[in-house]
Design a protein around this ligand. Structure first.
Ligand code: UT7
Length: 322
């Protein structure tokens, strides 16, 4: 028998306040035209008072648990991917655990910025396949609005807040055709200074602000995303023609187009939510996945590829059959 991690349910949550490009242009030297043309972003959600990474994560998690037909007590593992936890410690995953009323489970955060959800899913999958967990809640949640330099137009227009969650469950079958079929992660720490936060507990004792050299990140993103996608398909022994849906990290519509072109994938098979959510870092892949599941595009039996690249650099991809 082959033991695999099956996608049982998805969920997502967004802050109440939506902020359009036009609204941003009232306080920053930018325009709707520039933002749409260069990034495809039209809207983002910004967390207000009382809305935090853990509160958004808990809301997304509740939805995913309901969609999976389970209750919170069925969960034995919570992995939360975030670069913007409520506190330096304890892990935001433990706040989610308490909010869900789970008495005992394994709960920890993963820090891989925009690739965080891919890292979290890969760890959860390993723990499920090894027998260390049976029902895992994997969440990507961020409040990047709180680490943005609102005077810097080259970064502050690009990001938004939100959360997405999935429930993975163990399943044993003779053919192993369903579930997570392959995952591949990478990191190259030499690129720290291209995308980073200029503060932290062990250096400045401040939270710091996000800094990015956008054009250089862009160039690396297209190359790395196309290459890790090919790599993960080869591990799964599948061809890119067999992909029903690509759910990529939502940083820039031009990165999505360029990656799809490089892979000769039809744009109709790429899930795009960057227009409405902007870049929500670790939340972007599970948010986009939840949207495409809920609007009926992604269906049981579909072959879905998730992929992301972000600060570190870190990047990764994962293939699953629903
Ligand atoms: O999530 C992690 C991964 N992150 C990414 O993948 C981000 C990757 N990078 C990008 O998406 C793009 O590089 C950006 C959207 C960040 C920038 O787009 P670009 O086409 O590379 O623009 P640029 O940085 O070359 O800037 C072009 C011009 C500059 O003016 P000059 O020097 O040509 O006069 C900028 O100052 O656009 C100017 N500019 C703006 N103008 C209006 C930069 N930001 C803005 C703005 N509004 N918000």
């Amino acid at each position: 028998m082959i033991r695999r991690s099956i996608l049982l349910g998805t969920g997502s949550a967004l802050p109440v306040r939506a902020v359009s490009n036009a609204e941003l242009a009232q306080t920053v030297d930018t325009s709707d035209e520039w933002i749409v043309e260069r990034t495809g972003i039209r809207n983002r959600y910004i967390a207000g008072e009382g809305e935090t990474t853990a509160s958004l994560a808990a809301d997304a998690a509740r939805q995913a648990i309901v969609a999976a037909g389970l209750t919170a007590q069925d969960i034995d593992l919570i992995i939360l991917a975030t670069a913007t936890p409520d506190q330096t410690f304890p892990a935001a995953a433990t706040k989610v655990q308490a909010a869900l009323g789970i008495d005992d489970c394994v709960a920890f955060d993963v820090a891989a910025v925009c690739s965080g959800f891919l890292y979290a899913v890969t760890v959860a999958d390993s723990m499920i396949r090894s027998g260390a967990a049976n029902r895992a809640l994997v969440i990507g949640a961020e409040t990047f609005s709180r680490i943005l330099d609102w005077q810097d137009r080259t970064t502050c227009v690009l990001f938004g807040d939100g959360a997405g969650a999935v429930v993975l469950g163990a399943e044993e079958s003779a053919d192993g055709k369903r579930g997570i079929l392959a995952a591949k992660l990478h990191a190259d720490g030499r690129h720290n200074q291209l995308l980073y936060v200029d503060g932290g507990p062990s250096t400045t004792q401040t939270v710091g602000k996000l800094r990015m050299r956008g054009q250089e990140v862009f160039r690396h993103a297209v190359v790395n995303l196309a290459s890790v996608l090919r790599e993960v398909m080869a591990i799964a022994n599948l061809s890119t023609d067999e992909i029903d849906w690509l759910v990529p990290h939502q940083a820039n519509a031009r990165i999505l187009d360029a990656t799809a072109r490089k892979l000769k994938l039809s744009p109709d098979r790429v899930v795009v939510t960057v227009d409405r959510h902007a870049n929500t870092s670790a939340a972007s892949v599970p948010l986009a996945l939840d949207y495409a599941v809920r609007d009926g595009r992604i269906k049981p039996g579909d072959l879905v590829v998730l992929e992301a690249m972000g600060g570190g650099f870190t990047w990764g991809a994962c293939v699953l059959r629903l």
